[in-house]
Write a protein that binds this ligand. Structure first.
Ligand code: SF4
Length: 314
């Protein structure tokens, strides 16, 4: 029997800064007073590219380029998107906030689509938990995507106070906006936020099941925190295509990483890529192929060594 393939998807974070920093569930909302300078809270190009090289070599898909608002200039974002495309050979998805048509046009050659951070589909709860990310702005960004021929996706966090009665709203939203991918997360309560509990797996799973039943061809990704790796098999059986959220570099090769691979098998899938065996390749050669300057190449090599060292400790 040919098993369906499942990938691990890794969100590639560009920064730790967010000028909104008021989504009630988000870690950033607890850090706003500590991170005052957006330029200092961003990652170096070398660190971002080293992570992309590792992701590509390990067979992980880049879930999207992700980051808070206002950390990079548009020229810098274009440079990042272009280089990630070069590393992965693929256009990538963006989850870096609402972008104008002009901004999207600049990123378009390297971009497959845009993920809107809808997070909560219940409009009343959404207004409270995401006060500075009005849905209207995401919808305008989606209109610009339509004009430019870019695909559209959404992120949804389960456990913010919505109920299964809200599923119809999600179904409508996906149909009306012709969404081609949905990434689900279950709420991971951070200290300092008003949230204390993650939703039960049965409830989270039900959202994935309903979405799969309503949309047989939708690309569904489901995340589970590293203390909930046992969710993965259930989320895959519920209809998710791929998994995400596992801290793959930090826990590479660990017992927990082995458990994630096992969970994918238990979910009836063939896992593509690895979370446990370091690829035997010449990493410096991967860097030398890139069309970036010599100084950046040296920095990427140093970063790569640091990440690989950490991964070997698994
Ligand atoms: S916009 Fe994103 S990064 Fe900023 S507070 Fe909201 S969820 Fe967090």
């Amino acid at each position: 029997m040919n098993l369906k393939t499942t990938f691990f998807e890794r969100a590639l974070f560009l920064s730790w800064y967010c000028s909104k920093a008021d989504c009630a569930f988000c870690y950033m909302s607890t850090q706003k007073n500590l991170i005052r300078n957006p330029r200092r809270a961003r990652r170096s190009f070398a660190s971002i590219f080293a992570e992309a090289i590792i992701s590509e070599a390990c067979g992980w898909q880049i879930e999207f380029l992700s980051g808070g608002y206002d950390s990079f200039s548009m020229d810098e974002l274009v440079f990042i998107a272009k280089t990630i495309r070069e590393i992965t050979g693929k256009k990538q998805w963006l989850n870096i906030g609402v972008l104008s048509k002009e901004e999207l046009s600049l990123l378009k050659p390297y971009t497959e689509g845009v993920v809107g951070a809808v997070e909560c589909i219940n409009p009343v709860i959404r207004r409270t938990v995401c006060p500075s990310k009005p849905l209207s702005e995401i919808l305008s960004c989606f209109s610009a995507c339509d004009e430019l021929g870019l695909k559209k996706g959404v992120t949804i966090i389960i456990g913010l106070g919505e109920t299964l009665k809200d599923f119809e709203r999600l179904e409508d939203f996906i149909r009306v906006n012709r969404i081609t991918r949905v990434t689900f997360y279950s709420l991971n309560p951070h200290r300092g936020t008003p949230f204390k509990y993650s939703p039960p797996i049965q409830y989270y799973e039900e959202w994935v099941k309903k979405t799969r039943r309503a949309f047989p061809n939708l690309w569904i990704t489901a995340g589970a925190w590293h203390d909930k790796t046992h969710y993965y098999s259930r989320l895959l059986r519920a209809g998710a295509d791929n998994i995400t959220k596992f801290p793959a570099i930090k826990l590479f090769g660990s017992r927990i990483a082995q458990e994630v691979e096992k969970q994918v098998s238990l979910g009836g899938r063939n896992f593509r890529g690895t979370l446990t065996r370091l690829p035997n390749i010449n990493w410096d050669e991967e860097v030398d192929k890139l069309g970036v300057g010599g100084e950046v190449k040296q920095e990427i090599k140093l970063k790569l060594r640091a990440y690989l060292q950490r991964m070997k400790q698994g």
